[in-house]
Design a protein. Structure first.
Ligand code: NAD
Length: 368
């Protein structure tokens, strides 16, 4: 694995694709194109030391192909760390489909994508991510068995976002425990940015605990839905980073912890579901620490979804997936402890634990 000091921006425009792959030591990248369906997708397999690469498929309107490549490389690497830290026997991979999920998605597009997944013979196992639903995974399943995140009637454990939200909730409580000695969220000002599948399930839990909840989304109808259902308060997306709050919970897209936003952000805890929240791990992880905010590493607290998917692969129940997800609470406290003892950012403490496991298992594997 690359050391922090050697790390360079994976989105450096000058790098070739294999050059970009070498930065974080990606194993394989597969480009998928089909004129008949209009499918343009990229599958990235980061590391298979622990097992087949498992991670969701994101559908997004990338401005350029370079942006899509950067995203899939960052996301797949994140899955390697997430799966390792959660103690799962699977490696890291991810896929992106370039397009507008509201307009371009249909059965044949998803089935064609399923055929590409199938051609990898199980080295990559897909699931849902932003822009992709359980229903879409049903279409993928028509073409391949290398898919999880399926509805219950197809032998799956249902929508993973419920379990993801539970993990984020556990992460919030652990963060509060770390700061105040008590894990209650009652009366705490929490802003949930992005009220999609995970955001909405998270809101249900924190409202139940009587937190003071604020919400923001780029789609007004989504905001209205949760305001009406839970009595939460809407915040304009442009005002999010100027609002004083106890917990900022990014549940939309990544890289919101960047130079610009961090110069405004006023909160005690950052804990949300979005992948790759730190635009640049090393730089922004350090900034967050120096600003005195407690960052609950994204791939730790959002592991519930992949734990649910792992349950499908291993044949354990939804309640077992929830119990395993509950352990995010204790893992978070361990990471906070390590971060304090070694005076390092929390993301780095998490990375070290994940890398140690991969390194140790890699040693055993090479001896088989
Ligand atoms: P989703 O597509 O259902 O919801 C995302 C929401 O964010 C949408 O409502 C969208 O309109 C909103 N959004 C997009 N850009 C925004 C912006 N700039 N400001 C405010 N809102 C914005 O996705 P989801 O399944 O809820 O996942 C949310 C995040 O959590 C993603 O980053 C995803 O990768 C991550 N995640 C999800 C799971 C899961 O189980 N679904 C698991 C792990 C990580």
């Amino acid at each position: 694995m690359i050391q922090e000091k050697e790390r360079v921006e994976v989105n450096a425009t000058s790098a070739s694709i294999t050059g970009k792959m070498s930065i974080f030591d990606h194993e394989q990248v597969v480009f998928c194109q089909d004129n008949a369906t209009g499918l343009k997708a990229i599958i990235a397999i980061h590391n298979t030391t622990l097992g087949p690469a498992v991670g969701g498929t994101r559908m997004w309107t990338y401005v350029s192909e370079a942006d899509a490549i950067t995203d899939v490389l960052r996301l797949s690497r994140g899955m390697t760390y997430k799966n390792s830290l959660a103690g799962l026997n699977i490696g890291g991979g991810k896929a992106v489909i370039i397009g507008d999920s509201r307009k371009d998605k249909n059965e044949i597009l998803m089935r064609r994508f399923g055929k590409f997944v199938n051609s990898l013979n199980g080295k990559y196992i897909t699931a849902e991510d932003v822009g992709i639903s359980t229903r879409d995974m049903e279409f993928v399943k028509m073409e391949t068995d290398h898919v999880v995140g399926l509805p219950e009637y197809l032998g799956g454990l249902g929508d993973p976002s419920v379990v993801t939200a539970y993990g984020v909730y556990m992460g919030m409580k652990a963060s509060m425990k770390e700061l105040s000695g008590q894990d209650s969220l009652t009366g705490k000002k929490i802003l949930v940015q992005g009220v999609g599948s995970v955001g909405e399930n998270l809101i249900a839990s924190i409202v139940k605990e009587k937190a003071e909840v604020f919400v923001s989304d780029i789609y007004a109808e989504k905001v209205k839905k949760v305001v009406d259902a839970y009595g939460v308060t809407a915040v304009d997306p442009v005002e999010v980073y100027d609002m004083p709050m106890d917990i900022y919970s990014p549940c939309a897209l990544g890289a919101t912890l960047n130079d610009e936003n961090l110069s405004h952000l006023k909160c005690a805890i950052i804990c949300g579901a979005a992948n790759n929240q730190l635009a640049n791990e090393e730089r922004h992880g350090k900034m967050v620490l120096e600003m005195g905010m407690l960052y609950a590493p994204d791939y730790l607290v959002n592991a519930g979804g992949i734990i649910n998917c792992y349950g499908e692969l291993m044949g354990f129940s939804k309640s077992a997936a929830m119990s395993k997800t509950e352990k995010i609470y204790t893992t978070a406290l361990e990471i906070f402890q390590r971060s304090k003892q070694e005076n390092i950012p929390t993301y780095l403490a998490a990375n070290q634990i994940a890398e140690q496991r991969i390194g140790s298992v890699g040693k055993i594997r090479s001896k088989i």
